[in-house]
Ligand binder design. Structure first.
Ligand code: SAM
Length: 287
């Protein structure tokens, strides 16, 4: 028992919250598990936590019970709002419910608008169908470092491995690993088996922690995103070929590689984060 609110199964039944596949709804009902995730984002005293996709509020309740000063919860499914209002009433002034699409909202702006001004974090069991898109946007956001001092996020295990990968893990190393490795230090904290969720997803999930680097190597995130997209889009090809797909008409690809100090015959998965930053810096000069 982390609070005196009704069990989540009862909340879901009372509000008729049949899980929607289209909204990536796999709910956590075990409040011990949600407490474990909330603690991974702690200490929470005085902190503002943005939660994307609170659903019926299992993690929301854990974050509040673990002492979060304020939780700003963004939920797209209007059916969940009455259940969240019950949590809001239990924790007056500490839960801000935002009904909307997380892809259309800037979490840093939400923290500025509704936050307490102290440390701010993002903690969420993300809808799997938009999880990587959300993470990439948050990592590419300007200015950096953002207002967030930590991200504690649940992904499918396979996505978590792609976030923390280094060039040594060739199959997993790609655009997501470069973006995340450039601006954060990331690690997998623990796994959750499919049976932890209702309905159970097909695969294991992992909680990932990302801590922002205060001063990552300087480069334009948009250009880094473009070079990684082009390079890993044809990952088996040599860079002199794959980088021709950059959206820069007339770009001299051999000159770009020379400027970045990278051999033309290299492939994307052989290039470390410093190499991709050098490519993005060279692209800024040549395009
Ligand atoms: N946090 C809850 C839990 O752990 O039980 C629910 C997690 S469930 C994996 C993902 C949640 O994200 C759902 O409640 C879903 O309605 C919500 N969601 C899906 N797409 C969304 C979007 N674009 N913006 C905000 N929330 C979204």
């Amino acid at each position: 028992m982390i609070d005196d609110l009704p069990p989540l199964r009862e909340v879901v039944a009372r509000h008729g919250l049949m899980a929607s596949k289209a909204l990536g709804q796999n709910f956590l009902f075990d409040l011990n598990l949600t407490a474990r995730i909330a603690r991974a984002a702690g200490p929470l005293e005085g902190a503002t936590v943005i939660e994307i996709g609170p659903g019926p509020g299992g993690l929301t309740r854990a974050l509040l019970a673990e002492g979060a000063g304020r939780v700003i919860a963004v939920e797209r499914d209007s059916r969940c709002i009455p259940a969240l209002r019950e949590i809001e009433a239990r924790y007056p002034g500490r839960l801000v419910i935002v009904e909307g699409d997380a892809l259309a909202l800037d979490p840093a702006e939400l923290a500025r608008l509704h936050g307490l001004g102290g440390p701010a974090r993002i903690c969420a069991n993300l809808p799997y169908n938009i999880a990587t898109e959300l993470l990439a946007r948050w990592i590419e956001a300007e200015p950096w470092p953002s207002v967030f001092d930590r991200y504690v996020l649940m992904f499918q295990r396979e996505v978590a491995e792609r976030i923390v990968a280094t060039p040594a893990q060739r199959a997993d190393y790609g655009r997501l690993a470069v973006l995340c490795g450039w601006r954060t230090r990331s690690r997998i904290l623990f796994d959750l088996s499919p049976s932890a969720f209702t309905p159970p997803p097909k695969v294991t999930s992992s909680v990932v922690e990302l801590i922002p680097n205060a001063s990552p190597l300087p480069c334009d995130p948009k250009l880094l995103s473009q070079v990684t997209r082009a390079a890993f889009g044809q990952r088996r090809k040599m860079l002199r070929q794959s980088l021709k797909s950059l959206p820069k008409p007339g770009l001299d690809v051999p000159a770009l590689l020379a400027r970045a100090g990278i051999e033309e015959t290299r492939r994307a998965e052989e290039i470390d984060i410093g190499g991709f930053v050098a490519l993005a810096q060279a692209l800024a000069v040549l395009s």
